[in-house]
Design a protein around this ligand. Structure first.
Ligand code: DON
Length: 304
């Protein structure tokens, strides 16, 4: 178990990095967030959560929601029904790139780039009547926080600026890899991305990734094998084009979001969440990555 003092030291160490990245502004409602935030929370498999800095402040989880979506899809479908629609390889392209979708005939490289997450949302839409509500309920349950909400302003702002995601979805539809109405699926996808959670909420909600698929309340969410597979995909594709650099510096499976959050896990031990809104060139939190690097080094832990 890391000590509270260690988390405080990590936050102090990376605070000077604030000001060096850039807050995401392609979703206008995200651009107004205070850039000077930094928080870290850790939940260990005994269920204890500790944190430092702004770890109790909710932020837009954005692409971190793709982990919850894939998990939900795994509970709704046979594996071949998922993996015939989306791949398991790193993309080597930015998270919202279109070119590969065209070149690879509508089959996204992995479930964490936007194209892959949209296919997963399409799958969920086909199975569930009200996916927005189900997703929010499931994340509330996972985090133990019944008060979580999806921010309508952020979701609408994304919808108003959805040309690129819509283009990706329509391109996949042209190849026969998208079944539902594009607009309906985009709405659900943005609703999940716009959920607001704190580092504490997220480290609790992601505990199943560290605990062989068992959530905070001890319920088996996905199997131990599926959990291992999910962590493998997070290690190779969770940080997009920055996955190699993240593996090198941090050495944990992880998932980032353009709201500045990053979740990471040490399987068998703990889940971690950091948040700092300014991003690096790959769209990953700059001070957040540095905080995780510092955390792993001080703890002397890595999965490698
Ligand atoms: O679809 C989008 O572009 C955003 N809702 C999510 C992108 C994102 O968080 C990428 N992560 N670093």
């Amino acid at each position: 178990m890391p000590e509270q003092a260690l988390l405080e030291q990590v936050v102090d160490k990376v605070r000077p990095l604030l000001g060096q990245g850039k807050v995401a502004d392609y979703i206008p409602a995200l651009a107004s967030v205070d850039p000077n935030k930094i928080g870290i929370a850790v939940t260990t498999i005994d269920g204890t959560t500790i944190g430092a800095g702004d770890y109790l402040e909710p932020f837009s989880i954005q692409s971190i929601s793709k982990v919850f979506s894939l998990t939900m899809a795994l509970t709704l479908y046979e594996e071949n029904e998922i993996w015939s629609r989306v791949g398991k390889e790193p993309s080597g392209q930015s998270f919202n790139s279109l070119v590969q979708v065209e070149l690879e005939r509508g089959l996204p490289r992995n479930p964490f780039i936007n194209a892959g997450a949209l296919v997963i949302s399409d799958l969920i839409q086909s199975r569930l009547g009200a996916p927005k509500h189900r997703m929010l309920e499931s994340i509330r349950h996972l985090s133990g926080n019944q008060k979580l909400i999806s921010d309508k302003v952020v979701a609408n702002s994304e919808y108003e600026h959805s040309a690129r995601n819509a283009a990706i979805a329509y391109l996949m539809k042209s190849f026969g890899n998208f079944n539902n109405d594009v607009d309906t699926v985009l709405r659900s996808y943005f609703h999940s991305c716009a959920i607001r959670m704190s580092c504490a909420d997220l480290s609790k909600a992601m505990l199943y990734l560290a605990n062989r698929g068992k959530n905070l309340t001890g319920k088996q969410l996905i199997s131990p094998v599926q959990t291992r597979q999910m962590n493998a995909l997070l290690a190779t594709s969770g940080l997009y084009d920055g996955a190699g650099e993240f593996a090198y510096r941090v050495g944990m499976p992880g998932k980032s979001g353009v709201g500045g959050g990053i979740i990471a896990v040490i399987p068998g031990d703990m889940s971690v969440c950091v948040w700092s809104p300014e991003l690096d060139l790959n769209g990953n939190s700059l001070a957040g990555t540095a905080a995780l690097e510092e955390f792993c080094q001080r703890l002397g832990r890595s999965i490698f």
